[in-house]
Ligand binder design. Structure first.
Ligand code: ATP
Ligand code: MG
Length: 568
């Protein structure tokens, strides 16, 4: 490709809203352009990378035996009503009506569509197991679309769905995908961790996430050297044994004027944060009732654990208002579990602490020496957010924490969709048995951003060779110089003949300007044709290391051709 014929849309600056390297560099390198918040156009260089990432994913999926299809982004409401998700899926679902007032959505994921497809097309259990996938555009009206391709409202996902005869079959399909994902992310050169995950709105019985490690990731990973690793939403720890053995003292009312926060109360009463029980009132909109939650004062509530305990969707939970708290018979800032008639969920650590502090449900008052079982009760369930240093549930050593970008997630769905949607097969006895399903997603566009997060420097992107938009660029210092032009043309033609993806920078620009462009765009190799051209010598630069050497043109051609031939 000749640079003069390309759409090279590099920019000196990115817009202010671009806060992370991948967003800045995708824009500056002319790979993408924003249309509206969370929606992008892919320019030629960006599309080439995207296609390469897609093809690696496609190859590995095909190798696993999965079958590729392509379905529509448009999905009819009726299928979502069958699965029960039309009402459960929150405002992220982009719904619309057609001219006949029929309701549809733009698919955020495709469980219903694939389940419907299989129940109609698969007539015999001989066809099972089967795994079907697509690489397709998804829509989610995210609350905060941001970070470029990281969190879009329109994005590309590889989604796959497996259909098995039984749980044992699902286990095999799940392990196959687990391995396939490892192959994919290894080939893409990502540094990642596989973690236990919450099953969220998709539902099911087991799940893992693939997390590309990065400071800018929106997910927190809790892990241990023993191999335990979980998303923070899912992570559990050994309950802390704090003040478990003290003798229970007499419950006593204390004046705590204006002391509303846990910190204020613990300072005022001169006790540890751990002694004060944090009471937060939520409102469960699905069941239309307030819910009182209690964790130890040094802990935070994990709202995912809470919605799971309540068996409701995330968007059905909100904080209770001050009026709702007063209506319960309490006072904001002084809420406690004693005497309140309300559904109460208590973290197990709270039940261990002897003689804790609780709000008295009256203005400016708390109670000391409160004990679970004697003074208050509730449904005991793990509600706490695990933090670094908590003890590993497997080996009891201190846990560590790191940030990651969720690039993929796999789920064991079981019969969550096949049962309500009657996706069944006939067993020997002639009974209709629901198929056992799994689903498997990779954020393809998010993966592109994640690669940049792990492969960039102050000059720009450093694409791994197998996903780079082009493998190599030939840059003549002066294309009007006869010798340089001849060598540059020659190197370019030979590389093309060797099936190397090569750009010839024939633009009439200063060399420094050209170098900057290609370093920003992140082409892995650069061949600079300068004065040495008369003797057949060029400069060879590697983008990953920024190292340069002078070599015979033929040697450079060999080196690059060999590297390209060895791409995995
Ligand atoms: P997140 O927690 O980041 O919102 P999710 O868990 O809702 O993601 P899944 O339903 O598991 O997402 O979708 C499969 C994959 O699609 C994710 O692992 C992620 O890589 C990608 N993905 C999800 N939402 C987005 C988005 N808004 N923009 C880009 N990629 C996304
Ligand atoms: Mg997910």
């Amino acid at each position: 490709m000749k640079a003069s014929k390309m759409l090279i849309a590099t920019l000196k600056e990115a817009p202010n809203e671009a806060q992370i390297a991948s967003h800045v560099l995708l824009i500056r390198a002319g790979m993408i352009r924003k249309l509206v918040a969370g929606v992008y156009n892919y320019l030629p260089l960006g599309l080439r990378v995207l296609n390469k990432v897609e093809n690696i994913i496609r190859e590995e999926m095909d190798n696993s035996g999965a079958l590729e299809i392509l379905s529509s982004a448009i999905q009819p409401k009726e299928l979502w009503e069958e699965s029960g998700r039309w009402s459960k899926y929150g405002p992220e679902l982009m719904r619309f009506n057609d001219r006949h007032e029929r309701e549809f959505c733009l698919g955020p994921t495709h469980e219903e569509i694939f389940t419907d497809l299989v129940r109609t097309e698969i007539k015999s259990k001989k066809n099972l197991p089967m795994c079907i996938y697509q690489i397709q555009t998804k829509y989610r009206d995210e609350l905060r679309p941001r970070f470029g391709l990281m969190r879009g409202r329109e994005f590309i996902m590889k989604d796959a769905y497996s259909f098995d005869l039984d749980e044992k079959g699902l286990e095999v399909s799940y392990q196959t995908m687990h391995k396939t994902y490892e192959n994919i992310f290894n080939r893409l050169g990502l540094n990642y961790k596989i973690v236990l995950a919450d099953t969220g709105a998709i539902g099911g019985s087991g799940s893992h996430q693939f997390m590309a490690l990065s400071e800018v990731g929106e997910s927190d990973i809790i892990y241990c050297d023993c191999g335990y690793a979980a998303d923070i939403e899912k992570a559990v720890c050994i309950d802390d044994e704090y003040k478990t053995d003290e003798e229970e003292l007499e419950l006593t009312l204390k004046d705590t004027p204006h002391m509303k926060t846990i910190e204020e109360v613990s300072n005022f009463l001169n006790v540890s944060l751990k002694d004060v029980f944090k009471a937060v009132v939520y409102f469960d909109m699905a069941n239309n009732e307030p819910v009182l939650t209690i964790v130890r004062g040094d802990r935070n509530i994990n709202e995912i654990k809470l919605v799971n305990a309540l068996n409701i969707a995330e968007h059905e939970l909100r904080f209770a208002t001050d009026e709702e708290i007063v209506k319960l018979g309490s006072i904001p800032g002084f809420v406690g579990p004693k005497g309140l008639k309300v559904k109460t969920l208590i973290d197990p650590e709270v039940t261990k602490v002897k003689n804790g502090v609780i709000g008295a449900n009256s203005k400016d008052q708390h109670m000391i020496n409160a004990n679970y079982g004697r003074d208050f009760e509730g449904f005991v369930v793990d509600l706490k957010c695990v933090v670094e240093g908590d003890l590993c549930p497997v080996c009891h050593k201190p846990l560590k924490q790191e940030r990651g970008i969720e690039v993929g997630q796999i789920f064991k769905l079981g019969t969550k969709y096949s049962s309500p949607m009657n996706c069944t097969y006939q067993d020997e006895a002639g009974q209709n048995v629901p198929m056992v399903m799994g689903c498997y997603g990779i954020g393809v566009t998010r993966t592109v951003s994640s690669i940049i997060e792990q492969y960039h420097d102050e000059f720009g992107i450093k694409w791994p060779l197998n996903v780079a938009p082009y493998h190599v660029v030939v840059v003549p210092i002066n294309y009007n110089d006869e010798n340089m032009r001849k060598v540059a043309d020659d190197v370019y033609e030979q590389l093309k003949a060797n099936h190397v993806e090569v750009v010839l920078d024939d633009r009439d620009e200063r060399p420094g300007f050209k170098f900057k462009d290609w370093e920003l765009i992140g082409i892995p190799y650069m061949i600079v044709v300068g004065r040495g051209a008369v003797n057949g010598i060029c400069e060879f630069k590697e983008r990953q290391t920024m190292e340069k050497v002078e070599l015979e043109a033929s040697t450079i051609i060999e080196k690059v051709t060999e590297a390209v031939r060895n791409i995995k």
